[in-house]
Design a protein. Structure first.
Length: 359
């Protein structure tokens, strides 16, 4: 399909407000890249610059090696799927999907074949004669995707396409997008604020905050080896527990609690003994341990079936959430002894991850 290269991209508006800072990314042919981050982080602005709907203030954009930084949107051969579907209410599903091809004055027989092929991919064949008002939200979003598919663009762009769907439809449509990508082997850029969508859809994730790229990597890399505190707290649900700690006598000491350090961790943290650190522990990396002196004072208990979220405090009021296996019936005020599994460490001053460099 296509390769994209974004090199040192900035977006600065007329009022001198900068929305995107030095964005760099090379997108491989057929790759599904997800831009994720909170509202206002610059991800949709970046997507709109790729689409040609926003001017690029500084930097360069290449498509298959050809610079398109200043090319108009109509000449970029990209198809965008919006959050609000943007369907024509007076047209049938068939007419909506065929609209862009009709404007190009393509052969009606070719248009018919392309629409039927896209409808079959998206399970819309029985809906072609209906108006958008007769469809569910999920079906409308599939029509919007079908309108893009028939164009056979070099790049697909998705701008929070599932935001208007309820949880069940969102999950189902997410699977359809994943299957669509596997079937078409298309190059796709997908924007969302939902880290679940990012983790389940992406070949690689670009995590953004306040206009800056925080980390680029596979879903597993961002989950298992977050580059900084922001990524650690944004990726993962429930979010990672974070505590201020120091190292004293080979022990991590927090506010009213302590955690013994293994020789491997002591080696990793050998250069950090004189400064404050941030300890990160994912809720799913906490387990019950009857022999442990580390205890959660329970404040709330959420049963999720196979797992239970236990909310509470450790030490002197440090908030903590543990995701424990099985159905638990802890009550507020109960004490649960726990142990930490995998632990992440961050420099308190820079918030960057601390890792032992390979020799």
């Amino acid at each position: 399909m296509a390769q994209l290269s974004l090199q040192h991209i900035d977006k600065i508006y007329d009022d001198r407000v900068q929305a995107v800072f030095d964005f760099n990314l090379d997108v491989k042919d057929g790759e599904l890249i997800v831009l994720v981050g909170p509202s206002g982080c610059g991800k949709s602005t970046t997507l709109r610059m790729v689409a040609g709907l926003e001017d690029i203030s500084r930097g360069h954009l290449f498509l298959d090696g050809k610079e398109i930084t200043s090319s108009p949107a109509k000449d970029r051969d990209m198809a965008m799927v919006f959050q609000n579907y943007a369907l024509y209410g007076h047209m049938t599903v068939y007419e909506n999907m065929a609209f862009s091809l009709t404007l190009r004055k393509e052969n009606p027989n070719v248009i018919h074949k392309k629409v039927l092929a896209a409808a079959e991919i998206l399970d819309l064949t029985s809906q072609l004669n209906k108006k958008p008002s007769q469809l569910s939200g999920g079906q409308r979003q599939r029509v919007a995707m079908g309108r893009s598919i028939v164009r056979n663009p070099r790049v697909f762009l998705f701008d929070e396409p599932l935001s208007n769907l309820d949880a069940k439809l969102r999950s189902a449509t997410r699977r359809e997008i994943l299957l669509l990508h596997k079937r078409l082997q298309a190059t796709m850029l997908y924007v969302t604020h939902d880290q679940t969508e990012a983790l389940t859809l992406a070949d690689r994730i670009v995590c953004m905050s306040m206009g800056h790229v925080q980390q680029v990597g596979t879903p597993l890399e961002l989950y298992d080896s977050p580059a900084n505190v922001f990524v650690a707290s944004f990726i993962g649900l429930p979010p990672m527990n974070l505590f201020n700690v120091t190292i004293e006598d080979n022990v991590l000491r927090g506010k009213g609690f302590s955690v013994p350090l293994t020789p491997v961790l002591l080696d990793t943290l050998s250069d950090c003994r004189t400064r404050e650190l941030i300890l990160g522990v994912r809720p799913e990396d906490i387990s019950e341990s009857m022999d442990s002196e580390l205890c959660i004072q329970v404040s709330a208990n959420e049963n999720l079936g196979m797992n239970t979220l236990v909310h509470g405090h450790i030490g002197e009021g440090e908030r903590i959430t543990a995701k424990l296996r099985g159905w638990k019936d802890y009550k507020p005020g109960d004490t649960v002894p726990v142990q930490f599994g995998k632990m992440h460490f961050f420099d308190k001053e820079t918030t960057k991850a601390i890792r032992k460099e390979a020799k």
